[in-house]
Design a binder for this molecule. Structure first.
Ligand code: CA
Length: 230
């Protein structure tokens, strides 16, 4: 099987070299670009399996690159992990809603970055998590087929919307979703979910999930995430 190919778009040459080195060491094929324009053209040419995209790029910024990638058929399916700086929460939210799958905040350890790269590639290979299979997460079991939630073997009563929010988040542990993405995922015919009401749903869920309430984490300024590695 051919090695996975990863395109890194980053204008800081030291960081680019470090990421390049670590990806190679992990057995990936690596392409690099120092500008958004070059990154876009390389993405089209080499069709990478994954793109690491710095948001703060000169001239064409990372969000514009992300928008372009997602707008074009030939690159729209390539997963994108954003490389961001602290304080870029608004941009992170925008990027996730544009279709980036994840982000890593600088400074990051190579180990963390490699773990996220692996997770993104694995996720792309499976595209599961929102099906009908039971989700077992720590002391929590979510059974979509029966609309049932069990905590340490005891059933928990949730509203329909709460159930959908939980099923959505628990389907991809470790991934951050914005309020807007959650609204889109759980949109029901009977009940209008707004970005504002997501917070209310989460608060209710945490209360009802009791000992498992902490499984749903708030990611400040960005959204919510179901805890990984329970
Ligand atoms: Ca930069």
């Amino acid at each position: 099987m051919a090695n996975k190919r990863i395109l890194v778009i980053e204008d800081e040459e030291d960081l680019l070299a470090l990421v390049h080195f670590n990806l190679m060491k992990s057995g990936y094929e690596v392409e690099t670009a120092l500008t958004g324009e070059d990154g876009l053209s390389k993405a089209r040419k080499v069709q990478p399996d994954l793109i690491l995209l710095d948001l703060m790029l000169p001239e064409m910024d990372g969000l514009t690159v992300c928008r372009e990638l997602k707008a074009q058929g030939e690159t729209s399916q390539i997963p994108v992990i954003m490389l961001t700086a602290k304080g870029e929460e608004d941009d992170i939210v925008t990027g996730l809603e544009l279709g980036a799958c994840d982000y890593v905040t600088k400074p990051f350890s190579p180990k963390v970055l490699m773990a996220r790269v692996k997770a993104a590639l694995r996720d792309q290979g499976q595209k599961e998590g929102q099906g009908q299979e039971d989700l077992v997460r720590g002391d929590l079991i979510v059974r979509p087929g029966r609309r049932e939630v069990m905590i340490q073997g005891e059933p928990v009563q949730l509203t329909d919307t709460e159930f959908r929010v939980l099923h959505f988040l628990a389907g991809r542990p470790g991934w951050v979703f914005t309020r807007y993405q959650i609204v889109n995922a759980v949109r029901g015919e009977d009940y209008i979910v707004t970005e504002r009401s997501v917070d209310v749903q989460i608060a209710g869920l945490r209360r009802k999930l009791d000992v498992c309430g902490s499984y749903i984490e708030t990611v400040r300024g960005v959204g919510y995430r179901f805890k990984d590695n329970l």
